[in-house]
Design a protein around this ligand. Structure first.
Ligand code: HEM
Length: 321
């Protein structure tokens, strides 16, 4: 048999990073138990994720069930050793007292999406039951899609996401790290909002904080849009070109407990643009000119993970640290 030439070699398939917009999602962050047995179990499980997703998804073919699995820096070393993704590191805390992007424990991230919560729920149950006490779930959030794609704070969320080949270019690792082609970095943060205080603001004041109109979701004109607006601070450029990330935030909450939240999730081909946006929001651009959305929102978790390609995820079962 002849070896295919590099140009005809198939590129590894990505995980479902770029998936259709769904109405439900479950976000799970788990830590890995100490010792070699739990690590062995997780490696074996990497091979099962795709098959379990197919089995559960097949029951409702129109339900768009998908699952993305990522690993944090320390867990990567413990589970798989080298080679490791070039830009994978721990979540970098930033901000000041009272306005901090905090890092919280987490080795494994599961981002499960579907148009029905029962599909997400069933897949989460199947995936976690395989792992048993090899892991401890430290955070679990069930997110829902709010009226016309609105975030918990009432503004349409996701409008400026890249689409088509732009979404691929901005989220998939390429030649810069060939062993990890079509992998992605993903950063998550769970935010809790002070909705009573937010709702006391006039719609115009809220619009100046987000940088877009509330009802019609149109970007404010540059002449009136403050440089501290969320939209301004999360717009970044490199060599004159805008650098985007792919977001799929979900509202979540428990009205009875007074809990109103946004689960932020951002994918990119390097952690750098997401970290730059976070710095602009929490520290400010320039320092002090921070995102006023943070006066009404507190980040209570933070984690950075690498999402291997679907092919690599299966191969990881054979790795030894
Ligand atoms: C409190 C949590 C957050 C909420 C409620 C929120 C909400 C929103 C809304 C309503 C928009 C405008 C519509 C759109 O283009 O999507 C937006 C834009 C955006 N957000 Fe957030 N966001 C949050 C956190 C973050 C974080 C932590 C980041 C990055 C680290 C981020 C990055 C972006 C980007 C890149 C845009 C598009 C900016 C543009 O191109 O105009 N967001 N967000």
């Amino acid at each position: 048999m002849t070896t295919p030439s590099p140009s005809t070699q198939r590129k590894p398939a990505p995980q479902a990073v770029y998936s259709p917009i769904t109405s439900s999602a479950i976000f799970i962050v788990a830590t890995l138990a100490p010792g070699s047995e739990p690590a062995e179990k997780v490696r074996g499980w990497c091979e099962d994720i795709a098959a379990l997703t197919r089995s559960v998804g097949k029951r409702v073919p129109s339900g768009n069930l998908s699952c993305v699995c990522g690993f944090a820096s320390g867990a990567w070393d413990r589970l798989f050793g080298g080679p490791r993704p070039a830009s994978l590191h721990g979540f970098r805390e930033m901000g000041v007292e009272g306005r901090r992007a905090v890092a919280t424990p987490g080795d494994i991230l599961l981002h499960i999406r579907a148009d029905q919560m029962d599909l997400c729920f069933e897949l989460a149950t199947q995936l976690l039951s395989r792992l048993g006490d090899a892991i401890t779930v430290v955070d679990e959030v069930q997110g829902f899609r709010y009226f016309d794609m609105r975030s918990m704070v009432g503004f349409v969320d996701g409008t400026e996401n890249p689409v088509g080949h732009e979404a691929v270019d901005f989220t998939m690792v390429g030649d810069e790290d060939p062993a990890f082609t079509n992998g992605s970095y993903v950063l998550v943060q769970k935010y809790l909002h002070n909705m009573a205080a937010w709702n006391e603001l006039s719609v115009e004041a809220q619009e100046r904080i987000i940088g877009r109109t509330k009802l019609s979701d149109i970007e404010l004109d540059e002449s009136v849009k403050p440089s501290s607006s969320h939209s301004s601070l999360t717009t970044i450029t490199e060599d004159g070109e805008e650098v985007k990330i792919l977001r799929d935030n979900m509202p979540f909450g428990r009205p009875g407990a007074g809990e109103f939240g946004t689960y932020f999730i951002g994918y990119a081909r390097s952690p750098a643009p997401i970290e730059q946006m976070l710095e602009n929001m929490f520290v400010g651009r320039p320092a002090g000119n921070y995102d006023r959305l943070l006066d009404f929102s507190t980040a209570v978790t933070g984690g950075l993970f690498f999402v291997p390609s679907a092919d690599l995820l299966e191969e990881l079962a054979e790795r030894r640290p």
